[in-house]
Design a protein around this ligand. Structure first.
Ligand code: NDP
Length: 251
């Protein structure tokens, strides 16, 4: 058991929830956040929260006031921060639809940037920062300009902060999953399958064919890597962007 306190943003479902569950199992205490009321309620019913290992807080990363309010609250001494929360919206350069660039950049990049800056004084030395980027933080995909810009940006921030904070013993790493089985990827996959006029299952097989593991990563596999990067055993690793599987050359 350890009693270190870690913040996980976007912990109501998917990757963030699994990261929080893993860390709680390892004895960390958690601050966990979500944005929507229903998500906050679901999080309050999670075992690790009910059992006193997690405190639930509202946080809207697209809203600076919300970030300031959270950071000004009773945060406590943090061992680590996992910047996990994110959204994915697609829009091609030639589309006439309303642009969502600011919303995606605000939530996925500016939000974590401001939050981490404001919380830095609470982070212990040594300490840990883990940013959940994406394979799309290393590679472009048609129609994903906003999402890619946010995730490339998060890797850039990771590398800068690693250099700034290394001498204080704070490591900063980015985790770059490819496809992971969550609500976000299911919505995406269904939309892409529909656009190609194929069944979702067939589309899934097509996406998986070039992957080394021939399947999506599970949330548990992402959470395992985060757990390692959060642990004391990872003290010599910083400024890296950890790609989990190769998904190059997809449209
Ligand atoms: P989900 O959509 O399943 O969950 C997203 C989480 O982020 C939810 O807890 C949600 O809370 C929270 N969130 C969304 N908008 C905001 C906001 N404005 N402020 C605060 N919290 C917010 O996503 P995943 O679990 O799939 O993704 C988690 C992270 O992993 C994201 O950063 C994503 O980009 C990244 N990723 C995902 C991949 C995948 O294939 N799934 C692949 C590579 C990276 P609420 O319910 O309250 O909105």
């Amino acid at each position: 058991m350890n009693s270190k306190l870690v913040l996980v943003t976007g912990a109501s479902r998917g990757i963030g929830l699994q990261i929080a569950r893993n860390l709680a199992e390892q004895g960390y205490r958690l601050l966990v956040t979500a944005n929507a009321d229903a998500s906050l309620q679901a999080l309050r019913e999670e075992d690790f929260v009910v059992n006193g290992l997690g405190e639930v807080h509202p946080l809207d990363l697209a809203n600076r006031e919300s970030i300031e309010k959270f950071a000004a609250g009773r945060v406590g001494a943090l061992w680590g921060i996992v910047n996990n929360a994110g959204i994915c919206k697609t829009l091609g350069i030639e589309s006439d639809a309303e642009d969502s660039f600011d919303e995606v950049l605000g939530t996925n990049l500016v939000g974590p940037y401001l939050l981490t800056k404001k919380l830095l004084k609470h982070v212990s030395r040594p300490g840990r920062i883990v940013n959940i980027s994406s394979q799309l933080g290393q590679e472009g995909r048609a129609d994903y300009a906003a999402y890619c810009a946010s995730k490339f940006g998060l890797i850039g921030i990771t590398k800068c902060w690693a250099k700034e904070l290394g001498s204080q013993g704070i490591t900063v790493n980015a985790v770059c999953p490819g496809w992971v089985d969550t609500e976000m990827s299911r919505i995406d996959m269904e939309r892409m399958a529909k656009a190609e006029g194929v069944e979702t299952a067939q589309f899934y097989d097509g996406i998986c064919a070039p992957l080394e593991l021939k399947r999506f990563n599970s949330t548990a596999e992402v959470a395992n890597l985060v757990s390692f990067l959060m642990s004391e055993q990872s003290s010599g690793i910083t400024g890296r962007d950890w790609l989990m599987q190769t998904v190059w050359n997809q449209q």
